[in-house]
Design a protein around this ligand. Structure first.
Ligand code: NDP
Ligand code: MG
Length: 381
């Protein structure tokens, strides 16, 4: 029985992870969970599972008093305490944004295995995280569908035979618009992803294609492949989730319906490919073709930027995450226009001070600096 601590249980990945855990009671046991503000969802989990411990941001003594057998954590340090002090076998990190970084690092340092959806962790501090993974000898399973695909395509093969990784991207909500048509797009339009149903922040990251840039950086860290051997290709259908090209010319792809349950389940039940009531299958009688298109880095400059930031390394990933988290938050609150997300990110990186080999505290500082810099750009606009 694998004991699971799920952070971000009330989100898009979190609720799908709960589906998977519920479908495999013979192997998976939810022992702890966190939400942010969604108290109702936390209560539904407390009613369904016998949770040993839980977290929510705001102190709720009334809820705590009704579940005397569960330990409650609240406040800004609660997630860090839970990952360090509690007992579990696998941390599933489905938090959104930079909030995911420190709990992941602390859990690795405790020797825990990680299933990681929170890509911001690797983009902000990938070198630190991967070093800790090696030192502690823990397993890190990717949940992001592209990385789950690459992970699957690498099984049974030699890393030295890998020629390049090919990450597919759907193109996001505005994939049929030219750059000049983006000036007046609305939040409502941006939140309508053509293929995937996801949380608000990553849906905006997909529309700007920052998400694809993050995925290139994530792939670099997870699979230890240099940036010149990671390519992006546009694939509207999101059926081919990514590919690995080998030296002998063979390309191995992983295909599946655009449904995150599959990637989450592989991370939780690795190396098994098991069926359950959430399994969705491709209908090969209906699927007559697969479409691909060359990546256009001028149309999506944030993908190129992410590659450059990744090559610089140091604290720039943390600055990119801080700038993007804050700019997207401003856009979600309808304080800036869609195109300003991109310009705020570029301006923040231009103003940033480079630190070559940052410690975790420097990563946190750089991230905070970027948030404040974006806020100052907005305040002076
Ligand atoms: P959601 O916004 O749907 O969920 C985020 C979760 O994190 C919620 O449970 C939320 O709590 C919690 N949370 C947010 N901020 C805090 C905080 N400061 N402290 C504690 N908890 C917090 O996000 P997604 O599920 O869409 O995405 C999660 C991660 O997975 C992201 O990094 C995303 O990029 C990545 N990812 C997502 C995919 C998807 O299909 N959704 C696909 C691939 C990767 P509450 O709602 O209760 O406030
Ligand atoms: Mg993805």
């Amino acid at each position: 029985m694998k004991k699971i601590l799920l952070l971000g249980a009330s989100g898009s990945i979190g609720t799908q992870t709960v589906d998977i855990i519920r479908s495999h009671p013979e192997e998976l046991q939810l022992v702890g969970a966190s939400v942010g503000k969604n108290r109702e969802y936390l209560e539904s989990l407390l009613q369904t599972f016998s949770l040993e411990y839980v977290y929510c941001i705001d102190t709720d003594l009334e809820l705590e008093s009704r579940y005397p057998n569960t330990r409650f954590y609240f406040g800004s340090d609660g997630l860090n305490r839970i990952v360090k002090e509690e007992s579990y076998d696998l941390l599933v990190n489905a938090l959104v944004g930079f909030a995911g970084f420190k709990p992941t690092l602390l859990a690795i340092n405790e020797g825990k295995n990680i299933a990681l959806a929170n890509k911001e962790t690797l983009v902000a501090g990938g070198d630190i995280i991967m070093k800790a993974v090696k030192e502690k000898g823990v397993d890190l399973y990717p949940i992001d569908s592209e990385h789950s695909a690459i992970f699957q395509c690498l099984q049974g093969h030699e890393k030295k035979d890998v020629r390049r990784l090919i990450i597919t991207g759907s193109g996001g909500s505005f994939r049929d618009l030219k750059r000049e048509e983006l000036a007046d797009v609305t939040l409502k339009d941006a939140l309508k992803h053509p293929v995937w149903s996801m949380g608000a922040k990553i849906t905006i990251d997909s529309a700007t294609m920052m998400n694809k840039g993050f995925e290139v950086m994530e792939a670099h860290h997870l699979f230890d492949i240099d940036y010149d051997h990671i390519d992006v290709i546009l694939h509207k259908q999101s059926i081919v989730h990514s590919m690995v090209e080998y030296e002998d010319g063979s390309t191995i792809a992983q295909l599946g319906a655009p449904d995150m349950h599959l990637a989450i389940k592989y991370a939780l039940l690795y190396p098994r490919h098991k069926a359950d009531e959430k399994t969705s299958r491709l209908d090969w009688d209906m699927l007559t073709s697969l479409d691909f298109k060359k990546m256009d880095y001028k149309r999506y400059p944030l993908v190129k930027l992410a590659k450059d930031v990744g090559k610089y390394g140091g604290n720039f990933g943390a600055i990119l995450i801080g700038a993007n988290d804050e700019a997207v938050s401003l856009f979600l609150h309808e304080r800036i226009k869609f195109c300003e997300i991109e310009s705020y990110i570029f301006r923040t990186l231009e103003a940033a001070r480079f630190v070559k080999d940052p410690e975790p505290e420097e990563i946190i500082r750089a991230n905070q600096w970027a948030i404040e810099y974006v806020d100052s750009l907005w305040a002076n606009s």
